[in-house]
Design a binder for this molecule. Structure first.
Ligand code: ZN
Length: 278
């Protein structure tokens, strides 16, 4: 007699609202809960015209753990007034996370085309330093997400784990850590060593998964489901877990192809890909 197979463990699976962009957050929360998914990361646009505290209650009442608010950051700017505006925007993001009941805010740190990356990195350090007191009083963690170097022009001057670790070391605050996203970091031969270094300093805050399509047709919106592309997701997850990470595996997929498909079918495939390929 064959034993019944164990129930699928989706307790550490989290889905980002952007992944199922065609759904409102109300629809997404019902669908994720019905699918047995354990967590949700909320993108700010999903909260437009809503009361964040109320949305937080709705998520908790469906037993969805709120993992993060995405996203703050974008600190660098040419003018001081624009840099101040970015700091103000990040303070609002921290408030929004607190209202929602999200324990952390993910930072896409920003860059300015034509401005030296070193200058942008210093402005990122200044910006994070300015908002850390707000994070402290709200009890919110800040996760620097290094982005693939193809986004070094206008999205992030922090492109490797090594750079993220260096910024964290310089600021040295327990509420500042790193969101490891396989899409951005899979190519880096220092990844395993830098994940270990981050873990030793209690900076492994989040783990985002998807896949890199080969060839990739769009540098923003052609991410794949785990197993569709060339990223060794299981290997990178092992780097995280052997260094003590036991948080959520957050599925973050921007994909015109998947957004055009039936989202119920997509969600089923996310579960299958999570179980088989992550
Ligand atoms: Zn990410």
């Amino acid at each position: 007699m064959s034993k019944p197979s164990p129930p699928e463990d989706l307790s550490r699976l989290c889905v980002h609202t952007i992944t199922t962009k065609p759904w409102s957050i109300e629809k997404a929360m019902d669908k994720y809960a019905e699918a047995g998914i354990g967590g949700i990361t909320v993108w700010q646009d999903a909260l437009d015209d809503r009361n964040a505290a109320l949305t937080g209650d709705q998520l908790r009442s469906r037993n969805l753990k709120i993992v993060s608010l995405c996203r703050g950051g974008f600190f660098p700017a040419i003018s001081e007034s624009d840099r101040q505006k970015a700091i103000d925007d990040n303070r609002r993001a921290i408030e929004l996370a607190a209202e929602l009941g999200a324990p952390s805010v993910v930072l896409v740190c920003g860059a300015v085309p034509g401005q030296p990356l070193e200058t942008s990195r210093q402005q990122i350090i200044d910006g994070i330093t300015a908002i850390l007191p707000d994070a402290e009083s709200a009890g919110i963690r800040l996760s620097i997400e290094p982005l693939h170097p193809m986004y070094a022009d206008n999205r992030s001057a922090i492109n490797t784990m090594e750079q993220a670790n260096a910024v964290c070391a310089q600021i040295n605050h327990p509420l500042l850590g790193i969101a490891v996203d396989v899409y951005h970091l899979w190519w880096d031969d220092q990844l395993e060593a830098q994940i270990k270094l981050a873990a030793e300093n209690n900076r492994l805050f989040a783990f985002h998964i998807c896949d890199w399509m080969s060839p990739t047709s769009d540098i923003l919106n052609d991410r794949g489901l785990m197993g569709e592309g060339c990223i060794p997701v299981k290997t990178i997850r092992k780097y995280m877990e052997k260094n003590g990470f036991n948080g959520f595996n957050e599925v973050e997929i921007f994909s015109n192809r998947w957004w055009q498909s039936n989202q119920d079918d997509f969600l089923r495939q996310i579960k299958t890909a999570y179980i088989n390929n992550s």
